[in-house]
Write a protein that binds this ligand. Structure first.
Ligand code: B12
Ligand code: SF4
Ligand code: SF4
Length: 297
C-alpha cells in the first residue's frame, strides 16, 4: 500500500482541489453491508462480511452517478464532479467524520450511533456549494477497549490508526506475498479480511440491514476442498465478489494457513495435493500448514 504514502497521494489527500479544481463541496455517503453472518458466522472459515455479497466497487459507482444526474437535473446544468469509493486519494473516514456521519473509533472505523460501523463509505466531490453539515461532535468509545483487547495481532495503535502490516485484513487481501510466519497462527480462521474489531464493538448492535446488493451471495461455509480450486473455477465463483482481488493464489494461500491453524489431521491429504500446485506461494503455505498440524498433534 505504498501508494498511500507517496508525495502525490499525500498532497491530493490534503487538498481536494488538486483532484477537482472546481471543488466546493463533498457529499459523503454510506451503504450498509452487514447481514446475519456478521454476528452468527461460526463456520469453519470466516470471510469479512463486506465481502460476502457483490463487490461494492462495482455496486456503488453507478449509484453515485445517479445522484449526480439527479442534482444536475435539479440545477439544470452539468456540474464538475469526481466520485470515489475506497480507491480515491482521500481519507474517507476523516471526511465522513467532518460530514457528521460519526466518530472515528479506537479501532479506526467510522462509527455511527444508529448504524455501528458496518457500512462502506463513498464521496462525491462537487463544483457547487452545499450547506455544510456539522462535523460529528463527540467520541462515544469512552473507556471501552474491547477492539484493542480482541485484535489477535495487536495491531491497533493508541492514536486510532493501525499497524496495517500486521492487520489480518491487509495480510489476507492486500499482501501479495508470503504471510509472515509469526502472523499465521493469529489469523485464526480468517480467509479473507477480518471483522473481529467490529464484531466486539458494542455499537454494532445497531448495525443496519444490508443493502440487497451486498447480501450474501457466495456459498458458506467455504470447503476445505477449495484448496484444489482451478483458476477457471475460482474466477467463476468469485467473478462478482471482492474476493477476486486476492486472486486464486492469495485466496488459496490464506486457506492453506487457516487449514493449518485448524489443526485437523484429516486435512493433510488435501494439503499434500496442494504441494503439487503450480504456484510456489500456495505450495509454501501448504507445507507450513502440514508442519503446523503435525506439531499440534
Ligand atoms: C488502506 C486501507 C486499509 C488498510 C489500513 C487500514 C487503516 N486503518 O489504516 C487495511 C488493509 C488494513 C484495511 C482494513 C480494513 N478496511 Co480499509 N481502507 C483503507 C483505505 C483505502 C485507506 C485508509 C487509510 O488511508 N489509512 C491510513 C490511515 C492513516 O488513515 P485513517 O485510518 O483513515 O486515519 C486518518 C483519519 O482517520 C484521521 N483521524 C484519525 N482520528 C481522527 C479523529 C478526528 C476527530 C479526525 C477529524 C480525524 C481523525 O487521521 C488519520 C491519519 O491521517 C480506506 C479508503 C480511503 N480512501 O480512505 C479503506 C476503508 C477505511 N476500509 C474500510 C473497511 C471496511 C476495512 C475493513 C473493515 C475490511 C475488513 N473487514 O477486512 C478493515 C478494517 C480494519 C480497521 N480496523 O481499520 C472502509 C471503512 C468504513 C468505515 N465504516 O469506517 C474504508 C473507508 C473503505 C470504504 N470506502 O468504505 N483498510
Ligand atoms: S481487522 Fe482484525 S487484525 Fe485488523 S485491526 Fe481489526 S481485529 Fe485487528
Ligand atoms: S470496541 Fe469499544 S473502543 Fe473499540 S471502537 Fe468500539 S466502542 Fe470504541
Amino acid at each position: 500500500m505504498d501508494y498511500l504514502a507517496s508525495e502525490r497521494s499525500r498532497s491530493r489527500r490534503a487538498d481536494p482541489k488538486i483532484i477537482l479544481p472546481e471543488c466546493k463541496s463533498i457529499l459523503v455517503l454510506a451503504l450498509p453491508y452487514t447481514n446475519t453472518e456478521f454476528r452468527t458466522q461460526n463456520s469453519e472459515f470466516s470471510i469479512a462480511a463486506y465481502a460476502l455479497g457483490d463487490d461494492y466497487h462495482d455496486v456503488i459507482p453507478p449509484r453515485l452517478q445517479e445522484i449526480i444526474s439527479f442534482i444536475e437535473t435539479q440545477i439544470g446544468h452539468p456540474i464538475p464532479n469526481r466520485y470515489y469509493t475506497d480507491t480515491g486519494p482521500i481519507l474517507e473516514r476523516e471526511l465522513a467524520q467532518r460530514a457528521g456521519l460519526g466518530w472515528i473509533g479506537k479501532n479506526s472505523m467510522l462509527i455511527n450511533p444508529q448504524a455501528g460501523s458496518t457500512f462502506l463509505l463513498a464521496e462525491i466531490l462537487l463544483g457547487i456549494e452545499l450547506e455544510p453539515d456539522e462535523s460529528f461532535p463527540t467520541d462515544h468509545c469512552g473507556t471501552c477497549t474491547r477492539c484493542i483487547d480482541a485484535c489477535p495481532t495487536q495491531c491497533i495503535l493508541p492514536n486510532r490508526t493501525l499497524d496495517a502490516n500486521r492487520c489480518i485484513s491487509f495480510l489476507t487481501i492486500e499482501n501479495k506475498g508470503d504471510i509472515p510466519e509469526d502472523l499465521r497462527p493469529p489469523m485464526q480462521n480468517w480467509i479473507f479480511g477480518c471483522d473481529i474489531c467490529q464484531q466486539v464493538c458494542p455499537w454494532n448492535r445497531f448495525s443496519q440491514p444490508a443493502d440487497p446488493a451486498l447480501e450474501t451471495k457466495i456459498p458458506l461455509p467455504v470447503l476445505t476442498s477449495d484448496l484444489l480450486l482451478l483458476s477457471s473455477e475460482f474466477n467463476q465463483r468469485f467473478k462478482k465478489s471482492p474476493i477476486a482481488r486476492a486472486k486464486r493464489r492469495g485466496y488459496l494461500r490464506n486457506l492453506a494457513v487457516v487449514i493449518g491453524n485448524t489443526g485437523n489431521a484429516d486435512d493433510i491429504p488435501i494439503l499434500e495435493q496442494a504441494l503439487q500446485d503450480d504456484e510456489p506461494l500456495i505450495r509454501d503455505h501448504a507445507k507450513w500448514a502440514i508442519k503446523n498440524i503435525h506439531s499440534a498433534k
